[in-house]
Design a protein around this ligand. Structure first.
Ligand SMILES: [Zn+2]
Ligand SMILES: [Zn+2]
Length: 293
């Protein structure tokens, strides 16, 4: 169950919310640990605080995987870079992301260049490697394999955001799949066949209403069209034959859990977990995937 077990593949959901601010569910991000690697998936609001709470400060992240460049998934990237540097990071941060990632990170660093230069000079900082980003734009397929951990990018359907990825992690005979942001996506289901744990986003269509000024019915229709609805996500897990379905990226972030479970249960009778911030899942462990605080 612990990340110190060399044979385990451990997932920690860091933030399970969405752009709507909720103090209990921070922005989307997750930590995957296996084979001595600490991989961060996305960089939602509050990710650096959650990493410290999870016992893995940003300093110790080996690579960041970006599903796509929507603001709720990258908003705290600069905070991650700066806080990791203050935590003593002395190596560049490797980032794997979709086309456009390099343009985004170059502009982000440029916006902070003057502040960084002044700080480095005035504070007589000697190490600046921890402020550097090493970006690799990826396509569908295996991204890398290290320490027995193989990571795959899976193109998902989040149109008009193209490309957008989910990620698959295989380690020691275990298979974990994270959907990223997507509507019902046959390619994701194909990749996730027989996986131990499928972590999937969900748009709780039955519990969100148009709201004057910010969400018209047209807004709701369009947003729903590129996410996976609460009455569809169970079918995704069933068609994938997943061992356990873990839900995350809840829109809205405050909702009736029992009602959501009842909706998902109409098409999914396997193991189901409503994720929450800092819950941990031992993927494919000897016992059924456990979720602890
Ligand atoms: Zn998105
Ligand atoms: Zn999102």
């Amino acid at each position: 169950m612990s990340s110190s077990d060399p044979d385990s593949l451990v997932l920690t959901l860091l933030g399970t919310g969405c752009p709507i601010v909720d103090p209990n569910r921070l922005g989307p991000s997750a930590l995957v640990r296996a084979g001595g690697q600490n991989l961060l998936v996305d960089c939602g609001s509050g990710v650096t605080q959650r990493l410290v709470q999870a016992g893995c400060p940003g300093r110790d992240i080996d690579a960041l995987l970006l599903t796509h460049l929507h603001s709720d998934h990258v908003i705290d990237l600069m905070q991650l870079v700066i806080s990791s540097w203050h935590q003593g990071r002395q190596r560049p941060l490797k980032i794997y992301g979709p086309a456009g990632t390099r343009k985004f990170t170059t502009a982000l660093l440029a916006a902070w260049r003057d502040e960084l230069d002044q700080r480095i000079e005035f504070e007589c900082r000697t190490s600046v490697e921890g402020l550097e980003l090493d970006v690799e734009e990826v396509e569908q397929g295996e991204i890398f394999s290290i320490g027995g951990l193989a990571v795959n990018a899976i193109e998902v359907d989040h149109r008009p955001v193209v490309p957008a990825f989910g990620f698959g992690f295989r380690f020691n005979g275990r298979h974990l799949v994270l959907s990223g942001d997507t509507t019902y996506c046959p390619g994701l289901i194909e990749h996730a066949q027989g996986c131990d744990v499928l972590v999937h986003e969900v748009f709780i269509h039955s519990q969100i209403r148009p709201s004057g000024g910010t969400r018209s019915s047209r807004t709701m229709e369009n947003v729903a069209s590129y996410h996976t609805l609460d009455d569809v996500v169970g079918r995704v897990a069933a068609e994938a034959g997943a061992g356990t379905l873990v839900l995350t990226h809840f829109v809205p972030p405050a909702f009736d859990e029992a009602a959501l479970e009842e909706t998902v249960r109409r098409s999914w009778d396997g193991r189901l977990r409503i994720g929450h911030d800092l819950c941990t899942v031992d993927v494919g462990g000897s016992e059924p995937p456990g979720i602890g605080q």
